[in-house]
Design a protein around this ligand. Structure first.
Ligand SMILES: Cc1ncc(COP(=O)(O)O)c(C=O)c1O
Ligand SMILES: Nc1ccccc1C(=O)C[C@H](N)C(=O)O
Length: 500
């Protein structure tokens, strides 16, 4: 089952677990699941890292991990890459910087960032010269704003969402203060227009841009919003910003490795991302940035003639021309392209898991990843919807609803599910008990993200079965607590509506 069959009809009819298993059988990325280490339920339960128990009760049963939007699972091959790095460092010392080794999976340390950028470029739809693998998302955001946020008396505002990921909010606020400006005046925060809606429409973004067109210096938006899972229309919004002469940057933390990006063709000015979510590179893994080629040219002649010759930035030696980097001069000439925005020597160790992960993406290809992702998330949506509509037909209350946009073009892998107030804690406890890993956002949202490289349709099926029951349990417990024991609110015994 590949891209051409990715219709809601095909998967929408797979209501039984057997049918979910059939979907797994025809999944054209199924050969990649063994590339990943999937924790077992026993792994999650015990208090040690290695198994000490002789019981086999849970050892072989995989957990249902639908949390790749927060931290992706570990590719098996990343340990080999890290081990090769350790060996190269141990056996070659400083020579490891410059020499390649036939039996190693990793390039010489001094080039490792370039190799990573080459492999990263197709994931974000960029020219190789437009990508640098470096630092963390938040640090890169600061570096990008140092270069692209150049407020003037007339144009000084930054437009962002009111509920941006906190790090983005802090970064913007501190940049504004850094320029001696007042965030109260300079930060334009967009909130959803309708209080029932969690998302911000493209037309609202465009209207906000229009409203502040003459005074805005920069727009910063998420490719995919971390809380709602909304996928913004990057191309349209970027073009609209440019029509007013405004620079626009994108936080792609939740978009990279999730949806097919075309940053170069969409004419994005800059973008930043982290690599620990859909890119599966481990906690706090090295981040990345994109700078459109049009912003990173270097005019060598101009540099010597009293002009800058390149876009201003916060510079360090790793962003400097490679040919002269080790001459230890004090005359900075940047590498043309995104690499010229690097500051210090990137951590080669941190790049090893990225190389390992990108090998898997190269085998899979982004179009295939996205195609399966659309199918899985549609399937998740369909099962959740069917389960709530069956429940309401049976006279039960709706206990949860999806706040992520319904159109596949407006979302990635993640669905955010809002629970009736007061259910979250009970639901999360039950999910943990059952070996299901998803992510909660208090007070009442559960984020669920099937990752196409390692998740299966049957895991999605299992999740919905367990989740639906968990919601009903939490509801009846809450009702019991408020009404005294013995009143189950009519929900306890009905179980999950899809289990036939
Ligand atoms: C949307 C978004 N922006 C920024 C961050 C922060 O990234 P980092 O801590 O890697 O700088 C995250 C995740 O932590 C995120 O989801
Ligand atoms: N870096 C982390 C460290 C600890 C716990 C969560 C994170 C996350 O990445 C959260 C993620 N950005 C999110 O969208 O929720």
């Amino acid at each position: 089952m590949c891209s051409d069959q990715a219709s809601k009809d095909t998967i929408g009819k797979a209501y039984t677990r057997e049918e979910a298993l059939q979907l797994d059988g025809s999944d054209c990325l199924r050969h990649l699941r063994p590339e990943f280490i999937i924790p077992t339920k026993d792994d999650l339960r015990r208090k040690t890292l290695s198994s000490q128990s002789t019981s086999t009760e849970f050892q072989e049963e995989f957990c249902v991990y639908l949390c790749g939007n927060s931290l992706g699972l570990q590719p098996r091959r990343s340990a080999g890459h890290v081990s090769d790095y350790m060996k190269a460092w141990a056996t070659k010392g400083v020579l490891g910087h410059f020499k390649a080794h036939q039996d190693s999976t990793i390039p010489p340390f001094v080039n490792i960032d370039d190799v990573a950028a080459q492999q990263m470029a197709p994931i974000v739809g960029a020219l190789v010269s437009e990508v640098a693998v470096m630092e963390t998302l938040s640090a890169n955001l600061h570096l990008m704003m140092a270069s692209f946020y150049r407020p003037t008396e007339k144009r000084y505002k930054i437009i962002l969402e009111g509920k941006a990921f906190p790090s983005d909010h802090y970064a913007v606020e501190s940049q504004i203060r850094h320029h001696g400006l007042d965030p109260e005046r300079a930060m334009i925060l967009m909130e959803p227009l309708d209080s029932d809606q969690a998302t911000i429409t493209t037309s609202q973004v465009m209207a906000t841009i229009d409203q502040h067109a003459l005074t805005t210096a920069l727009i910063l938006l998420p490719g995919i919003q971390y809380y709602t899972g909304q996928y913004f229309d990057i191309r349209t919004i970027t073009a609209h910003a440019h029509s007013h002469g405004i620079t626009i940057g994108w936080d792609l933390a939740h978009a990279v490795g999730n949806v097919e990006l075309q940053l170069h063709d969409w004419d994005v000015d800059f973008a930043v991302w982290c690599s620990y979510k859909y890119l599966n590179c481990g906690p706090g893994a090295i981040g990345g940035l994109f700078v459109h080629d049009k912003h990173s040219q270097v005019d060598r002649e101009a540099i010597g003639n009293g002009h800058e010759g390149y876009r201003p930035r916060l510079s360090g030696w790793w962003g400097g021309d490679k040919a002269t980097r080790f001459q230890m001069g004090s005359h900075f000439v940047p590498i043309p392209g995104a690499a010229g925005f690097q500051v210090g020597n990137p951590c080669a160790l941190a790049i090893c898991p990225l190389l390992a992960s990108l090998e898997i993406f190269a085998i899979a290809s982004m179009p295939a990843v996205r195609s399966k992702s659309i199918m899985m998330t549609n399937y998740l949506e369909e099962l959740l919807q069917r389960s709530t509509s069956t429940a309401t037909q049976d006279g039960m209350e709706e206990l949860y609803w999806i706040i992520t946009p319904r159109s596949t073009a407006e979302r990635g892998a993640q669905l955010s599910i809002r629970l009736q107030p007061g259910l979250l804690e009970g639901v999360m406890m039950e999910l943990e008990e059952q070996g299901v890993v998803v992510d909660e956002r208090k007070p009442d949202v559960v984020r669920v993200a099937p990752a196409p490289l390692y998740n299966t349709f049957s895991e999605v099926w299992d999740f919905v079965a367990i989740f639906d029951l968990a919601c009903r349990k939490a509801k009846s417990k809450k009702t019991n607590n408020s009404q005294g024991s013995g009143l189950l609110g009519g929900t306890e015994d009905k179980g999950w509506s899809l289990i036939k």
